[in-house]
Design a protein around this ligand. Structure first.
Ligand code: HEM
Length: 479
């Protein structure tokens, strides 16, 4: 492919496939690390071609911030995966753009906010889920002579229940087999590919006929279908109860009311049944993996840094006494807050955000970015930038505190949820859940390495987002 004038520097590949076969030579395991290493040679804005698609890797705070705030780079690539995930159409919130995206993002945010997103009004419900989790962990701990508990996937049901109550007005029992099956399918879907390979457009003819290509880009239709079917059944139940806008108690109710209203006025409305399934699939997918992943990583860091765990427990005991921490306590817990930030900095679960897309020709750091480019924004490179953070690989909560440790310092290099108009839609809910769960678990239990097991690993599992590897730990209730 002939590069346009002033295209960002970067290695060239072969005709047709571009640089695709060589990317993993920079880092065989993690594409975001490969891109970071490439930037050390070519500069913070690197341009390559994957197949016929220009892909721009962006790896410095200045460049990432400029890109996130440039609305011409606010699109999303229409990859084969997102199309297959959404009935061959461009649906949902996460992988759409333009006016359609604005309308549906706004509608979803407004109603989730009314239903308690990021507000203290749902704190009781969060505490209910948390207490269930604590009881479950106490029982597991008691049933083992050495108090070893398996922490793989243990936070997911609790975290997703909080979101699911807002979306569908229901919660699941921790061991509900149907829900476990869905969570497993969702997790396997997220682990099947990575955002770079997943953003390459592949003609549907090739896709339908080649299992190798499907596997290469990470498309597993069989994992999407049960999730869609489950969401459709939930919608059908709501259609039966048919609550009016005044009686609506969850997001699906609100959406169905809007759909009926718009259909009566406009036959071309974008509020359709498939759009509802796609929106809920986006929320389910984003909500199940991310927050529980962050809680898991925070616990791993605290097992590996026992002195930090002790210090956090001292602060929690001092501020909350015999009670579990609440959102009201948050501003009085600077050390705890700093620990949570540090775990997110060291172990980002969305290391290159969600891929962006150039909706028209534009400029980034003086380079020309052609329309149709896929933009990979390396948040991980910003969170681990050694020109800004001292010894970025060291877990050091104090770096987020003022000198006497009484105040959290907000850094302009810390944005694990992104920035600008495409910023995470769930950040307020995620932040509250991450805080309440991690702080309460550390207050309630002492976490130690399990005997005869390796220390829990910080190497993430790969995928569209990153997760923690399952691990076991000694979990001792603190009296
Ligand atoms: C610790 C937890 C989480 C982290 C670190 C996180 C991070 C992110 C990031 C980096 C993006 C991409 C921003 C961009 O493309 O510029 C994103 C997008 C998104 N997140 Fe989250 N997220 C988390 C939790 C959640 C939760 C709980 C939900 C669901 C309620 C959610 C829903 C979404 C959606 C729908 C988008 C796409 C927004 C759009 O395209 O307009 N996230 N998130």
């Amino acid at each position: 492919v002939k590069r346009p004038r002033n295209f960002p520097p970067g290695p060239r590949g072969l005709p047709l496939v571009g640089y695709l076969p060589f990317l993993s030579s920079w880092d065989p395991n993690y594409p975001h690390k490969a891109m970071k290493k490439m930037s050390e040679v070519y500069g913070p804005v690197t341009g390559i071609y994957l197949g016929l698609t220009p892909v721009i890797s962006v790896c410095s705070h200045e460049a990432v911030k400029e890109a996130l705030l440039n609305e011409d780079l606010n699109g999303r690539p229409h990859s084969s995966i997102t199309l297959a995930r959404n009935f061959g159409e461009q649906l949902g919130i996460m992988f759409v753009m333009g006016q359609f995206w604005q309308e549906h993002r706004r509608f979803t945010m407004r109603h989730l906010r009314d239903l308690g997103f990021g507000k203290t009004s749902i704190e009781d419900q969060m505490m209910g889920e948390l207490k269930d989790l604590i009881t479950d962990m106490e029982n597991s701990s008691q049933s083992d002579a050495q108090r070893v508990v398996d922490l793989k996937g243990i936070f997911q049901v609790s975290v997703l229940n909080i979101l699911w109550a807002m979306i569908a007005g229901k919660r699941f029992r921790r061991n509900d087999p149907k829900f476990q099956e869905l969570l497993t399918a969702n997790e396997q879907f997220f682990r099947a590919g990575d955002p770079i390979r997943g953003s390459i457009p592949v003609p549907s003819l090739v896709l339908n006929h080649s299992r190798i290509v499907r596997e290469f880009i990470g498309l597993k239709r069989e994992l999407i279908e049960p999730i869609q079917k489950f969401i459709q059944n939930t919608i059908d139940d709501h259609q039966l109860t048919n609550r009016s806008a005044d009686e609506a108690t969850d997001f699906i109710d609100f959406y169905l009311n809007e759909m009926r209203k718009q259909k009566a006025e406009n036959p071309f409305t974008t509020f359709t049944n498939n759009q509802l399934i796609a929106t809920v699939t986006d929320l389910f997918g984003a909500g199940a993996e991310s927050t529980s992943g962050s809680i898991g990583f925070a616990i791993i860091h605290l097992i590996r840094n026992q002195e930090v765990q002790l210090k956090m427990q001292m602060e929690l005991d001092q501020v909350c006494g015999e009670y579990l921490p609440t959102l009201n306590h948050r501003s009085s817990l600077p050390y705890t807050e700093a620990v949570l930030m540090e775990a997110q900095r060291c172990s980002s679960i969305a290391p290159y955000a969600v891929p962006h897309y150039a909706v028209k020709d534009t400029q980034l750091q003086g380079y020309t970015i052609p329309k149709g480019s896929v933009i990979m924004l390396n948040l991980d490179a910003v969170l681990l930038d050694d020109g800004y953070w001292k010894k970025p690989e060291v877990f050091l909560p104090e770096r987020h505190l003022n000198e006497d440790g009484t105040k959290v310092i907000k850094s302009d290099h810390f944005y694990p949820f992104g920035l600008g108009k495409r910023m995470c839609l769930g950040d307020s809910l995620a932040k509250n859940t991450y805080f309440l769960f991690t702080a309460a678990l550390i207050k309630q239990f002492r976490f130690e390495p399990a005997p005869n097991e390796p220390l829990p690993s910080l190497d993430p599992t790969n995928g569209f987002t990153l997760g923690y590897r399952g691990f076991k730990a000694v979990v001792v209730p603190r009296s």
